[in-house]
Ligand binder design. Sequence first.
Ligand code: SAH
Ligand code: SF4
Ligand code: F3S
Length: 474
Amino acid sequence: MNLPDLKEARKRTNKLVFEKKVDYQFPEAFRGKKYFLKTYGCQMNMHDSEEIRKNLELLGCKETSVLENSDVVVLNTCAIRENAHDKVFGYLGRCKHLKREKPELLIAIGGCMSQEENVVKEIKEKHPYVDIVFGTHNISMLPHYLIAQLKKKEQDIEVYSMEGDVYENIKYSRDSKISAWVNIMYGCDKFCTYCIVPYTRGKQRSRKLEKIVAEVEELKNNGYKEVTLLGQNVNAYGKDLEYGYDFKDLLESVAKTDIPRIRFVTSHPWDFTDEMICVISKYDNVMPYIHLPLQSGSDTILKKMGRRYTKEEYITLFKKIKEKIPECSITTDIIVGFPNETEEEFLETLEVVNTCQFDSAFTFIYSPREGTPASLIKDSISKEVKEERLQRLNRLINHYSLEKNKALEGKIVPVLILGNNEKDKSKIYGYTDTMKLININGSKELIGQIVPVKIQEAKSFSLDGIMVKESEMV
Ligand code: SAH
Ligand code: SF4
Ligand code: F3S
């Protein structure tokens, strides 16, 4: 048994092993069994789930989308806010019920919540029917933990608080055959005072440039049209290596593979350099879309958050990007109700929103995370005030989203078609180069192609369009 330890998780070491190999030598001990995999949280977790899926398939399992039909349940969890926790514990109730009817069912919990001391304590004490708890650093061990459960029946907790090594032969069973996620780095060293991620994901570890480029080449050769380079702070890529390259070099090398579309998330304003902006504007296959979290528009709050930039620095960067890449869409993340945030400080956030007029934003009420410095601050702002601020902020964000989308009406833009619209099967959907969701009338033969689409109607969260001839595209 290995329990998580948040103090240990805070420590940073240099004992990393790069290019470690995952051991895929295990029997198909679960041949004919069904697995149910549920993923919470960010793109990184979704990509981790593609690794979990591959492992389960190599064990001989087949996926089911119905919990009740499964023999193995894996929940890949997120710890970013309290409601993410609540959802998982709520879902565990259903799993517990099922296990009563099906005692041979195996339940495994992985992801960021598994890295938290309080969560694991709760699972140990109150949820003995959970068979396996595994962390973010040892996903590749899941098959071995599952096989071991076929013999022993006690709860197995295997969570390591030291960051994992960097594996280079990971196999994925990817969600899409068109658009793929590619990890360029793991972990985060920023330690924003409110955030649990540096504890749950460990030290920043960048993959080697040539390995990433080779993965993109392979995806391109397999017909993929788009890659999204993933990291908590992609702009800090390479800072932990001494190979003398950084994110602009990586982006340029990936652009030269000629894969049609390249995206990247998430960009931290602090590490964003002019050279990176140049590379984004220079290559047509680097999409004009940047997710640039602001978090707050108040210098006082930004300082307390440990974000390492001021409101002015954020706005200057924002304007620089827009000046060099005028068509670039920029989205953001904002937290309201950081401990003791005053009305004036909140109004400063609205002011920045008015200045930047984001294409869209993810907005959150601050959620204290045990083990983080901000969770120790005594907070005088009520829940009602925070909720009301969130509503005011969302109204403003939605106003600008609609305005930005309206400005696209009548324009012809390139769209990568990803699939059928779930609700209306006569429609297909895709994303514009600027990452706007668009629904169009069209046949499913177009799935996987980049086609010119004329935007007919704009809504706050999506667009409607029709396909036009290639020659109409400017
Ligand atoms: N690495 C990215 C963000 C990762 S988490 C970055 O730094 O930009 C995604 C978003 O969740 C954050 O941008 C932040 O807005 C939000 N978030 C993180 N911790 C939070 C907390 N304790 N309460 C509320 N929102 C939080
Ligand atoms: Fe969290 Fe900050 Fe790291 Fe983003 S940069 S993952 S908000 S600590
Ligand atoms: Fe959640 Fe972990 Fe991602 S906390 S947002 S799943 S890095």
